[in-house]
Ligand binder design. Structure first.
Ligand code: IVH
Length: 665
C-alpha cells in the first residue's frame, strides 16, 4: 500500500528528530557541533511545520527531553526559564508585531537588545546574597554550576538591594572576542586543537569539572532579565535595577514604539555587530510593559511578548581546488584550503584554514568537492560543510603529509597533541617565523622589522636565528646598497634593534617562541622569576605554580633549555648584553591603574595595537564604560559606549587626541 502524506510526514519527522537529538548531543555534551545555528534552526522549523500540518504527531512523536545526564546537581529553577521564539524573516517579524497589537490596545514600546551568543544562566539570590547558579537545563530543572560561575568576577556576590527574600537574575555567560582569540593563541602554541567558536567554548567551560580550568576560560556575563519575584513594571526599570546591583548590562537602553523603528534598529545593529566585543546572532525585541506582557502570556516554550530576530550567516559555495600545508612558528602543520575564488560578505575569498587533519576527516572534505563557506560576523571565513550532492567521482581524499612541506624533515605527532609538527630545529620556515615573532610589536617591538625585511635578511644569509639580529650591523655597508633600503632605513632598523636590548623581561621570554608560552603566561613567568637564570633553573613544580603555566608548558620550558641548538642561541644572546627590565611591575607609569575603553575603528592602528600602546604605559583596556573609566577613545562608527561615556561625563578622545596623549607620555 502506498504511504499517505501523513505516513511520509511521520517518517520525515522521525528522521528529523533523530538528527536533532544527535546535534543536541554534539552541541551540549560533546562541545563539537557539526552544523551551524542556522542549519539547526532550519531543522527545528521543519519539525514545527510538520506539527502544524499534523498536530496529532506532536504527542505521538514528540521530542525527547533535553536534560543532560552528568555529575552536576539537578536543581529546580524558582520560576521556569523559557526560551525565545525566533525568526530569520522580516515578514514574520512584522507579523509578530501585528499579532501582538491585536491583543494590546493603546501605545506600546519595545526594548531592543543584542542577542548575545553565549549560554543562558540563572543566578539565584537569597536575601541579597548569591546562592546558586543554574544552567537552563530543560527550563524547569537546571544543573548547578555555582563554583564555575563564581569565577566570573563581574557577578556580584552581594546585591545592594536586600529587600528580596528570593530573586533570580537571568543572563548570558560568554567569552569576549579578545579573550577567545587569546585562548586560541595559547592553544595553538601548545599544539592543541583551537576552539571553533566562542559560544561553544563558553558553554563547554561552564560545565567543566575543574574550577581551575574554568578560570582560564575568562568567562564574562551580561544580565538581561529577572526570573522569580520581580516586581518591575517594565523592562527599562528592570535593567536599571540590575545595573544598580552591579551586574554588567548592555550599555544602552534602546526603546522604540513602532515596528518600523525596531526594524531600522535591527538593520543598523547588523552593521555594527562586528564591532561589539562579543559575538551576537541577532536582536531580541521585548515588549517593555509588564502588564502588557501579562496580557499576552506565554506558550509552553516561550513568551508571546518577545522575539529574537536572528541574522542568517552569509554563506557561499565554491570548489576546493587543493589543500596545501603551512608550517607554523613552532612547527605545527596547518592544512589550508585553496579555493576557487568566491565573494562572501563583500570580500573575495580564495583560502581558508582547515585547522587540522581531524577536522578534515570529521567533515569528510575531499579535494575537488564543493564546500560551503560561512561567515557570521567572524573575521575568518570557515568551511562549514561539503555539498555531498555535488561530489564527483574524481574528488580525492586529502593525503596527510609525512614530511615537512618546506624542509622535508619527518613530521611527528604526540599522543597529547592533535597537531602534526615538523621535527627539524633548522626548518627555514620555522626560523623565519620565529625571527618575525621575536621582532614583532607584541614581543621585542623592533620597529620596522616586519616579515618583508626578515625575508631579505634571511635570504641574504645574514640571520639564521634571533641572536643574529644583533650582529646585523656588520652588514650595514652591503645592506644600504640593496634595492629599497638606503642609509636612513637601515640605520633606523639598526637603531631599533639596539633599543630592543632594554625591553622588559616578559617580552624576551614571550619572544623566544617556547611552546605554550603566550603573552600572559610570559608576564606571569617574568613576575615569578625576575631573571632568565632563575627561569631556566626552576623545577617543574616551581614552574607549575605560576598562573597559566600547566604541566605541558612547564615541560616545554625545560625542553627548550635542554635543547643544544636553543642553548647556543641563548649563549649568543647573552653576549649581546641585554638589560632586561621588569617594567610591567612599574607602578609609576603614566597610565598605571587607569582604565580605557575603545570604541569604533581607529584609522592609524588596529585595536590590538591601541591596547598594547595603552598597556605599555601601565593602562588597562576594559570593555565597558563606567564612571571610573579614565578615557574613552573613539574611532569611526563608535558603538553605544560613546553615548554611555557622554552620559557619565567621562573624558572622550578622538584618535588624534589619543596619539597626542601617547606622545606626551
Ligand atoms: S531574554 C523568555 N535577552 O537567547 C526568555 N535572552 O533563544 C528571555 N539570549 O535563553 C530571554 N541574549 O539565553 C534574552 N538580550 C537577551 C538575550 C537572550 C541572548 C539568549 C537567552 C535565551 C536564548 C533564547
Amino acid at each position: 500500500m502506498k504511504d499517505t502524506p501523513k505516513d511520509r510526514a511521520r517518517k520525515h519527522l522521525r528522521a528529523l528528530l533523530v538528527q536533532i537529538e544527535r546535534h543536541n548531543r554534539l552541541y551540549y555534551q560533546e562541545n563539537a557541533p557539526e552544523i551551524s545555528d542556522f542549519e539547526y534552526d532550519c531543522l527545528q522549523a521543519e519539525v514545527k511545520s510538520i506539527y502544524q500540518r499534523f498536530p496529532e504527531l506532536e504527542h505521538a512523536e514528540g521530542p525527547g527531553s533535553d536534560l543532560q545526564e552528568n555529575s552536576f546537581a539537578q536543581v529546580p529553577h524558582w520560576s521556569p526559564m523559557l526560551s525565545l521564539a525566533n525568526t530569520y524573516s522580516k515578514e514574520e517579524f512584522f507579523d509578530f508585531d501585528a499579532k501582538l497589537r491585536e491583543k494590546i490596545a493603546g501605545k506600546i514600546a519595545y526594548v531592543l537588545e543584542p542577542k548575545v551568543d553565549g549560554m543562558a544562566i540563572n543566578l539565584l539570590y537569597k536575601n541579597g546574597v548569591f546562592f546558586k547558579a543554574l544552567t537552563r537545563g530543560d527550563g524547569k530543572i537546571g544543573e548547578e554550576v555555582t563554583d564555575n560561575i563564581k569565577t566570573i568576577e563581574a557577578i556580584p556576590l552581594n546585591l545592594r538591594d536586600k529587600t528580596y527574600e528570593e530573586i533570580e537574575v537571568r543572563g548570558e555567560v560568554y567569552i569576549s572576542n579578545t579573550d577567545f582569540e587569546a585562548i586560541n593563541t595559547e592553544q595553538e602554541l601548545l599544539g592543541l586543537e583551537t576552539f571553533s567558536n566562542a559560544r561553544n567554548l563558553a558553554s563547554g567551560s561552564v560545565k567543566l569539572l575543574d574550577v581551575e580550568e574554568v578560570k582560564k576560560r575568562r568567562l564574562s556575563f551580561v544580565a538581561h532579565g529577572i526570573g522569580a519575584n520581580s516586581h518591575f513594571f517594565d523592562q527599562v526599570s528592570c535593567r536599571k535595577w540590575l545595573a544598580e546591583q552591579g551586574f554588567p548590562v548592555f550599555p544602552s537602553i534602546d526603546v522604540v514604539s513602532s515596528v518600523e523603528e525596531a526594524w531600522n534598529f535591527i538593520e543598523h545593529f547588523h552593521n555594527i555587530a562586528p564591532q561589539l566585543p562579543y559575538k551576537t546572532d541577532g536582536v531580541v525585541v521585548k515588549l517593555n510593559d509588564r502588564n502588557q506582557q501579562a496580557t499576552l502570556g506565554a506558550t509552553a516554550k516561550s513568551p508571546r511578548w518577545a522575539i529574537a530576530y536572528k541574522f542568517e550567516p552569509e554563506s557561499a559555495e565554491t570548489k576546493l581546488q587543493a589543500v596545501t600545508f603551512q608550517v607554523g612558528r613552532t612547527g605545527v602543520i596547518t592544512p589550508v584550503a585553496e579555493l576557487e575564488p568566491v565573494e562572501l560578505c563583500g570580500s573575495r575569498i580564495a583560502r581558508a584554514t582547515l585547522h587540522n587533519f581531524d577536522e578534515i576527516a570529521r567533515k569528510d572534505i575531499r579535494v575537488g568537492d564543493y564546500v560551503i563557506l560561512q561567515k557570521a560576523g567572524e573575521v575568518i571565513p570557515a568551511i562549514v560543510a561539503v555539498n555531498k550532492a555535488r561530489r564527483s567521482s574524481e574528488a580525492r581524499p586529502v593525503v596527510v603529509p609525512k614530511v615537512c612541506p618546506v624542509c622535508g624533515a619527518p613530521l611527528s605527532k604526540t599522543d597529547e597533541e592533535v597537531a602534526l609538527r615538523c621535527t627539524s630545529l633548522e626548518c627555514p620556515e620555522q626560523l623565519r617565523l620565529k625571527i618575525v615573532h621575536f621582532a614583532s610589536k607584541e614581543a621585542m617591538d623592533i620597529a620596522g622589522m616586519g616579515p618583508k625585511i626578515v625575508d631579505v635578511i634571511t635570504q641574504q644569509g645574514w640571520v639564521h636565528h634571533i641572536a643574529d639580529l644583533f650582529s646585523l650591523w656588520r652588514y650595514r655597508n652591503v645592506w644600504i646598497t640593496l634595492e629599497g633600503f638606503g642609509e636612513t632605513l637601515v640605520d633606523q632598523l639598526l637603531n631599533a634593534i639596539e633599543q630592543a636590548k632594554n625591553r622588559p623581561l616578559w617580552r624576551f621570554v614571550y619572544g623566544l617562541s617556547i611552546n605554550g608560552i603566550g603573552i600572559e603566561s610570559a608576564k606571569n613567568l617574568a613576575k615569578a622569576f625576575p631573571t632568565l637564570d632563575a627561569l631556566w633553573t626552576a623545577s617543574l613544580e616551581e614552574l607549575q605554580k605560576v598562573p597559566l603555566v600547566g604541566h605541558c608548558t612547564a615541560q616545554s620550558i625545560q625542553c627548550f633549555y635542554a635543547n643544544v641548538a636553543n642553548r647556543k642561541v641563548l649563549e649568543a644572546l647573552n653576549q649581546v648584553g641585554f638589560s632586561l627590565t621588569t617594567e610591567y611591575l612599574d607602578e609609576n607609569l603614566a597610565w598605571s591603574g587607569k582604565s580605557f575603553v575603545l570604541t569604533g575603528s581607529l584609522q592609524k592602528m588596529t585595536r590590538s595595537e591601541a591596547k598594547q600602546r595603552i598597556e605599555q604605559w601601565g593602562g588597562k583596556v576594559s570593555e565597558s564604560v563606567t564612571s571610573k573609566t579614565f578615557a574613552v577613545i573613539v574611532g569611526e562608527h563608535p558603538g553605544d559606549k560613546l553615548k554611555k561615556a557622554q552620559g557619565l561625563n567621562v573624558t572622550i578622545w578622538d584618535e588624534a587626541q589619543f596619539e597626542d596623549a601617547l606622545n606626551a607620555n
